[in-house]
Ligand binder design. Structure first.
Ligand SMILES: [Zn+2]
Length: 74
């Protein structure tokens, strides 16, 4: 459909826990698995510890109970 460029590309993701939209360039987030993603507050609440110096998660948050990808069965 020409002229419809106002839609955002499907780059933005949502937190796998609370569903909040996550800007990949804006806020710190924790990615896991194939599609899993935690927003900052959820990652911290789940025990994650972020090392700002190395910009990595020195302690990974728990992702138990979260699905990496919706609609995927095992
Ligand atoms: Zn969240």
């Amino acid at each position: 459909m020409p002229g419809d460029e106002s839609r955002e590309p499907e780059l933005a993701s949502n937190c796998s826990d609370c569903g909040a939209p996550i800007d990949p360039d804006g806020s710190r987030s924790y990615a896991f698995g194939e599609q899993g993603l935690l927003c900052w507050s959820c990652a911290v609440r789940r025990g994650g510890r972020y090392d700002a110096d190395s910009e990595t998660w020195s302690r990974a948050p728990s992702v138990s109970g979260l699905s990496e990808a919706s609609g995927e069965e095992e």
